[in-house]
Every structure is written in C-alpha cells, then in structure tokens.
Design a protein around this ligand. Structure first.
Ligand code: DX5
Ligand code: ZN
Length: 228
C-alpha cells in the first residue's frame, strides 16, 4: 500500500473526543496514525461556546506525544496567548477576525520558537490574510462557522483553498506555508480539499464520534491515497 505523502497530515481535534474516555481516545489517535493534535479554545465571545483553556491543557499535555496546535477562537488573542506559550505547544493559530494587532501577536509567538497559524472564517476575504502571509507558517481555512464539531462542510470554501494555493504559488511560498482545513472534514470532503491544495486536515467528529477510531482514521488516510 502506498504511503501518504509526508506533506499531508491528519490532525485530530480533541474537542470532538469523548471526555469520559479522553486518555484512550488520545492514545488511539496517536497509535492509529494521526500526525498532530488540534486543541480548540473557545471563549464564549468570538464564538458562542466556551470550551477548554490552559488549565485543562496543562494536565492533558503529558498524554500527548504528537505535535500540538492550539486553535484560538477567542477575541483579543494577544491577551490570551501567554499561558499557551508557557505550557509549550508547537503551533498557535489565531483568527484574523478577532485580532487588532496580528503582526505583534505573530512576533510574540515566533520569538518563543513556536510556529504561527492564521485562521479565517468561510466568509472572510483572503485579502485580510494576504498582508500577513509572509510572516506565518500555516493558514487555517475554516470550512464551517467556528464553534462546534459535527457541522456540515461548506462547499464554498473549496474556491478559497484554490485561491490560497495560487496565491502562495505566485509568491514562491508554496513550500513554506501550509494550508490547513478545519470543519466538516470526512472521507469525501478530505479528497476535495486535498485536490484544491490543502495539506493539513483537522478532523473531529469523523474520528471520534462513531465507530472505531482506528477504522475512522484508516478511512481518512485511504481517501488521501485515493487518486480517483
Ligand atoms: C470547530 C472547531 C473544529 C472542530 C472540528 O469550530 O474548530 O476543530 O472540532 O470538528 P469536525 O471535524 O467535527 O467538524
Ligand atoms: Zn479547530
């Protein structure tokens, strides 16, 4: 069986795991082939829900051996970022819609040797991201409105993925900035996103909600291998 290109990564969204069974779910995601974990932070302001913060992350951190991305769905991320930096994570992604001073935040995160991602909602124009693209390691394209696991993929975002892919190609930055997609990623939408140019596929409900984590991950990985 051919391997998935090492550029393509599946990231498991912990938000969708079963919290009664979190230790096992994290372990299974690791041993059955996920490449990263994704930790969704929601503040009840930028999005309606409140999810998890640094106190919970601190106790989970020693269960996690894969790279860890923090997805900050919070207003004024500059005020919230220090505790995540102190815990020691691999990448911190913030929303352009929530941040008044992106360059300052990017600089702060990078100065601690942590990678930076910038996220945009489905209806936010790519122009808002473009001026910061040279400063970041990853662009995360939301494929649903942020706030919940288990929503339906918004087909409209496929054009945004292609637009970003072309923009990065034009700027000669296709190898230095990853395109990540989050929301509604399952065994069919993962293929569409890959074809449009994405490399990192965040998935929550498709991994953790039904059936076995092992076969769910295998299904996603097989779809990435599928050439048809
Ligand atoms: C939603 C979060 C996602 C979410 C993904 O706002 O950012 O990371 O957990 O879950 P699924 O894959 O179920 O859409
Ligand atoms: Zn997320």
């Amino acid at each position: 069986m051919s391997n998935i290109s090492s550029d393509l990564k599946i990231s498991a969204s912990i938000l969708a795991a079963d919290f009664k069974n979190l230790k096992n779910h994290i372990h299974e995601a690791e041993i059955f082939g996920c490449d990263e974990f994704h930790f969704d932070v929601m503040d009840g302001k930028f999005v309606p829900e409140i999810s998890m913060g640094p106190i919970i992350l601190k106790s989970l951190k020693n269960l996690i051996n894969l790279p860890l991305e923090i997805h900050l769905m919070v207003d004024d991320p500059l005020d919230q970022v220090d505790s995540f930096i102190d815990i020691g994570v691999d990448i911190i992604t913030f929303h352009i819609e929530a941040c008044n001073n992106p360059s300052e935040l990017i600089e702060k995160i990078k100065s601690k040797d942590i990678k930076v991602g910038i996220a945009k909602n489905p209806n936010t124009s790519m122009d808002k991201i473009e001026e910061f693209i040279e400063e970041v390691d990853r662009v995360l394209i939301m494929c649903v409105e942020p706030g919940f696991s288990g929503q339906k993929f918004n087909e409209k975002v496929v054009d945004s993925i292609s637009e970003l892919d072309n923009l990065l190609l034009r700027k000669g930055m296709r190898r230095s900035v990853d395109i990540s997609v989050d929301g509604g990623i399952n065994s069919s939408t993962i293929k569409i996103c890959k074809e449009a140019g994405a490399q990192i596929f965040v998935s929550g409900s498709s991994i953790f909600w039904e059936g076995e984590v092992r076969s769910n991950i295998m299904l996603l990985k097989n779809s990435l291998r599928d050439k048809s």
